[in-house]
Design a protein around this ligand. Structure first.
Ligand SMILES: [Zn+2]
Length: 341
């Protein structure tokens, strides 16, 4: 199917919240990882979200170029082309972008979409995240409202974050004093400010003890009930139309019952990066340990071309990552839910 258009993406999100499942939103940094996501989704008959971080996008443009915008465009173009050959819908999203990077990442990508639309072409991305969680809430929302007003004109969805997700992602460390739990008061303010932008849509990454990266069991003290408190506060004050579409960040290593509880409270998108990185690299490590003699030219030998051809281990990595995507789809209750029929 083609990459979901705005109407389809909205329908995807509506359905997920109503039916209490979520889409895996998986970070990709290369053709191979993007292909793995499409394959895993297709084999699960689930729609999903492909996302690119600032660092992942810079990587995708090549170490000599390191251009976040170029890399993001390049991955998105690839996904637009290969998605057509998969029987599910995917949406394209950009991950964490802090305020100081908006002008060099999100805004140029929005301009690219604006140019495309002016030429009668589809949007490049469906949604972008602005991460103002390091700022005071008012500043965070001042920026978010401005962005949302612009996004609305181009059928783009904005994801914002209130509260701070712990841990480290893409070299960005949350401070020790981070607010790991969003409060109902904060989310009420989010709903008031962003809900005032008529006809626009946004997603909220509320934090409930989530941590980026993966930690041993017990390290992460998730309190999904915070999400329910926030929804109840907002719906109570502003009505059902204000109910949030929530995003779960930093969910690697979470218990299944915690994930399911979060889905029950309106999580429609769950970001998955660390677990995918491990699945991919685990397969590469297996290949290298199994084929050590063939990969290295030992004692004047010539090695085994079949073992050191990068396609051999990248194909194994693609398969392993696709399997991990399928596991995520199952955990998020999304298997078989595709709207592409
Ligand atoms: Zn995140």
């Amino acid at each position: 199917m083609p990459v979901a258009d705005h109407a389809r993406y909205c329908e995807m999100l509506d359905r997920a919240r109503k039916e209490r499942f979520a889409y895996p939103a998986i970070n990709v940094t290369s053709l191979t990882t993007a292909n793995a996501v499409l394959r895993g989704l297709a084999e699960s008959r689930s729609d999903g979200i492909v996302q690119v971080s600032t660092g992942g996008a810079a990587f995708a443009s090549g170490a000599a170029v390191k251009d976040m915008v170029l890399g993001a465009v390049s991955i998105a173009e690839h996904v637009h082309r290969v998605a057509e050959r998969h029987p599910v819908y995917v949406a394209l999203h950009t991950d964490h972008c802090q305020a100081d990077k908006l002008d060099t990442f999100v805004i140029p990508l929005v301009e690219e979409t604006e140019r495309r639309r002016a030429a009668g072409r589809p949007n490049l991305f469906n949604s972008h995240m602005f991460d103002g969680s390091a700022l005071p809430l008012k500043e965070n929302l001042d920026i978010a409202v401005k962005l949302l007003e612009r996004f609305r004109k181009s059928d783009l969805i904005l994801e914002i974050e209130a509260g701070v997700v712990g841990g480290e992602e893409d070299g960005i460390k949350a401070s020790a004093a981070a607010k790991l739990y969003t409060t109902p008061e904060d989310t009420l303010e989010v709903a008031r400010r962003l809900g005032a932008v008529q006809g626009a849509r946004y997603l909220l990454a509320a934090t409930f003890g989530n941590v980026h990266g993966v930690y041993k069991p017990g390290h992460v003290k998730l309190k999904p009930s915070i999400l329910k408190d926030c929804q109840d506060a907002v719906v109570g004050k502003l009505g059902e139309a204000a109910r949030f579409y929530l995003v779960f960040h930093g969910g690697s290593g979470s218990e299944l019952h915690e994930i399911h509880e979060a889905l029950d409270y309106g999580v429609v998108k769950m970001n998955i990066d660390t677990d995918m990185q491990y699945a991919f690299t685990r397969a590469v490590a297996g290949h290298f340990f199994r084929n050590y003699d063939g990969i290295l030219k030992v004692d004047g030998e010539v090695g085994n071309k079949k073992a050191y051809d990068p396609r051999s281990y990248l194909a194994a990595a693609e398969t392993a990552m696709a399997e991990r995507v399928k596991q995520a789809v199952k955990e998020l209750r999304a298997a078989g839910t595709t709207m592409a029929r």
